[in-house]
Design a protein around this ligand. Structure first.
Ligand SMILES: NC(=O)c1ccc[n+]([C@@H]2O[C@H](COP(=O)([O-])OP(=O)(O)OC[C@H]3O[C@@H](n4cnc5c(N)ncnc54)[C@H](OP(=O)(O)O)[C@@H]3O)[C@@H](O)[C@H]2O)c1
Length: 289
């Protein structure tokens, strides 16, 4: 099985790269900008041809949620049009497309965990562009799995955990919102779930699936920040504040907990509790420092 991973230098792509070393018979080919722009049909097509690709794992995306509000053209070009290009190339090369999407396709007004079939109703440009990308994949790709995730963090790139570690070392107190509820996801756990799927997938079968994946459990950004300070041994006091006191450019879903029953049932994926994964990541960062 020959697997093309796009966006390989991002959080999820980097974690997949780490795991791929132990993946035996499966051959991974990792690409990111500037060598591979997913909006170029010509480039994606020629790499699929060159490497005899059977599976495309799309980790590439425009992920700057606030910036997307003033740079909508780029967000749609990457998240909608790039997804369409990958779906077209997957079709032309008889490949399975595994595509990563987001909890931001929902409006956040639910009080129970979102299931895959719940109606999407994204509020900001980022969420709308990701939803349009999902729709293109539905329309074009003969075989696909869309995996929606939330609150991704890792040792790579910029994310909430790394920001809290930096600010927690610089400040005595920090205000963090306590009325946005969701679940953090360690990108290494999501990468492991993708590898589990790749180990069991039948290349001759056509898939048309949407799944949800985050770590287990539920928390607010405030709870998440408190856990980061606690586990990292930082004395910074985290103060809970309402979102109204912390205006952000793009709207955020108030509630974005994802129901993960389907991915667990179909693929036997075991999902760690969010605080345990956070502790493992912090240990990994400290060992490397
Ligand atoms: N981060 C989160 O909290 C979060 C939450 C829910 C869902 N997700 C989804 O999870 C997936 C992985 O997220 P992530 O946090 O790993 O993202 P990330 O760290 O921002 O990585 C995305 C990668 O894609 C690259 N990229 C951007 N435009 C591209 C293009 N046109 N062609 C090829 N590569 C391009 C980026 O390069 P540059 O850095 O040079 O732009 C970056 O290396 C994405 O689909 C995202 O929407 C993320």
């Amino acid at each position: 099985m020959n697997i093309l991973v796009t966006g390989s230098k991002g959080q999820l792509g980097s974690e997949l790269h780490e795991l791929s070393v132990n993946c035996g018979k499966r051959q991974f080919f990792f690409y990111d900008l500037p060598e591979l722009d997913i909006t170029s049909h010509e480039l994606v097509d020629s790499l699929c041809r060159e490497h005899g690709i059977n599976v495309i794992v799309n980790c590439a995306a425009y992920t700057a949620v606030d910036k997307a509000e003033t740079d909508a053209d780029t967000a749609y070009r990457v998240n909608r049009d790039g997804s369409a290009v990958l779906a077209e190339c997957a079709k032309e090369h008889n490949a399975l497309l595994i595509h990563i999407s987001t909890d931001y396709v929902f409006n956040g007004e639910s009080w129970t965990p979102y299931r895959e079939k719940d109606p999407a109703s994204p509020r900001g440009v980022y969420g709308k562009s990701k939803w349009e990308g999902e729709k293109r994949i539905h329309q074009i790709a003969p075989s696909y799995m869309i995996i929606r995730t939330s609150w991704l963090y890792s040792a790579y790139g910029a994310n909430f955990v790394k920001t809290m570690l930096r600010l927690g070392a610089e400040r005595d107190t920090l205000n963090v919102v306590n009325d946005q509820i969701g679940t953090p996801t360690y990108a290494g756990d999501l990468a492991a779930a993708v590898v589990t799927i790749l180990e069991h997938v039948d290349p001759d079968k056509l898939y048309k699936e949407t799944y949800h994946y985050s770590n287990e459990g539920v928390c607010s950004w405030y709870d998440f920040a408190v856990a980061i300070m606690d586990l990292a041994g930082l004395s910074c006091r985290v103060v809970p504040v309402a979102s109204a006191h912390y205006p952000q450019i793009a709207p955020r879903p108030g509630f974005s907990v994802l129901d993960k029953s389907a991915i667990k049932q179909d693929w036997g994926v075991e999902i760690p509790y969010w605080r345990d994964s956070l502790a493992s990541l912090l240990e990994k960062i400290q060992t490397r420092a």
